[in-house]
Structures are given as structure tokens and as C-alpha cells.
Design a protein around this ligand. Structure first.
Ligand SMILES: [Zn+2]
Length: 199
């Protein structure tokens, strides 16, 4: 591998300052998540509890990424691919169609806890996922970024994950016309069929 250390630093440098959203995407289905009441939250927790699998020894049972890593049922977890040290899945509460998450298999929350192999592999997989999205969904651009820590908006600060959000010209307007909380679960399954790689 060519100058992996150098490549890693470049990647980190790029990933740090990028805001996920340069302009605000209207994603009303996220309201289902944000505005769920206590009963709905409990129901969701109960469902998650039922589907819970035993995670790797270094994993966190309460972490949805560790759960996805350990669960052989890829579709249920919206996992579209994995490599030796990374996993890629659809974001259940997307900012845009095709919003992917890329994470190391290990439950680590800090960049400096990634091995050089993991960093190089994450860079390679990020590149591969962008190409896959380009091939399958023909976006006009991407927002790619990493939220480190609660203060930066990380919903899951203990397990690093990169957001890959495809963008289309005019999608901020387009989304308002098609978005509905009801169509999203179907859309996610259909999208999984399109993007999932053979296991
Ligand atoms: Zn985890």
C-alpha cells in the first residue's frame, strides 16, 4: 500500500472540517425519530431488544453498529457491505436518499484508536462506496463527514462512523415533494436491494 500513513492524515484532515450539510436538507421523515413520544420510544427500544444479538467481545451490546456487525441478517440491519475491518449500512433516519454510514468493526470512538490498517481500509471503503453510489444512484455530489463527540452532533459518540450523503442538484426542493414518514421503510428496503453487495 502506498504511503498509508500519509494517506491517513490527508483523510483525517479532509474529514474533520467538513460539515455534513452545507445547506439545510429538508428531511421530514426524521421528525418520526425526533418527535417520537415516550410510548413510541419504548416500543422501538423493545423491538431493538428483541432483535438484539450477542456482540463481539470488544463490542458494546447497546450500540447499533456493534449489533449490525454481529448480526448475520444483513437486511434487517440495512448492512450493504463489509470488508475485513469495516462495515457499511444505510442510515435508518437519512438526510437524503442513499445516506450511508461507514464504520470500523471495532467499537472505537476516537480516530487515534484506529490502527493504520483500519484507517487505510476506511479510506479505501469510503472511496468504493462513493463509486458504488455514483454507479447506482447517479448523484451530482456528496456531503461526507464525521461527527466527533456529542458537542459535534454525534448521535453515537462511542463508535466512529462516517456519513456519506449523496446530493442531487435541487434536492432540497425535490425532497419536500416526495417525503413522507410512511414511504421511508419501504424506500429503505428497496434501496437496500439496489445497494447491497453479495455477502
Ligand atoms: Zn459499537
Amino acid at each position: 500500500m502506498r504511503a498509508a500513513g500519509r494517506l491517513d492524515r490527508t483523510f483525517v484532515f479532509i474529514a474533520f472540517p467538513v460539515h455534513i450539510m452545507d445547506d439545510i436538507l429538508w428531511a421530514p421523515w426524521r421528525l418520526a425519530y425526533i418527535a417520537e413520544n415516550e410510548r413510541e420510544r419504548q416500543e422501538r427500544s423493545a423491538r431493538d431488544e428483541q432483535n438484539r444479538v450477542e456482540v463481539r467481545p470488544d463490542g458494546d451490546p447497546g450500540c447499533f453498529l456493534c449489533q449490525a456487525v454481529a448480526d448475520p441478517e444483513r437486511k434487517r440491519r440495512l448492512v450493504i457491505g463489509r470488508s475485513e475491518n469495516t462495515i457499511a449500512l444505510l442510515n435508518k433516519f437519512p438526510y437524503n436518499n442513499g445516506h450511508l454510514l461507514l464504520a470500523p468493526l471495532r467499537h472505537v470512538g476516537r480516530l487515534d484508536r484506529l490502527s493504520e490498517t483500519e484507517q487505510a481500509e476506511l479510506t479505501r471503503e469510503l472511496n468504493r462506496l462513493v463509486i458504488r453510489l455514483e454507479e447506482k444512484m447517479r448523484p451530482h455530489g456528496f456531503n461526507i463527514g464525521l461527527n466527533l463527540g456529542h458537542a459535534a452532533g454525534a448521535g453515537l459518540p462511542g463508535h466512529l462512523h462516517w456519513h456519506i450523503v449523496p446530493r442531487w442538484n435541487g434536492d432540497t426542493n425535490f425532497m419536500t415533494s416526495i417525503a413522507s414518514t410512511k414511504v421511508i421503510p419501504q424506500a429503505l428496503e428497496a434501496l437496500w436491494e439496489i445497494l447491497a453487495e453479495p455477502s
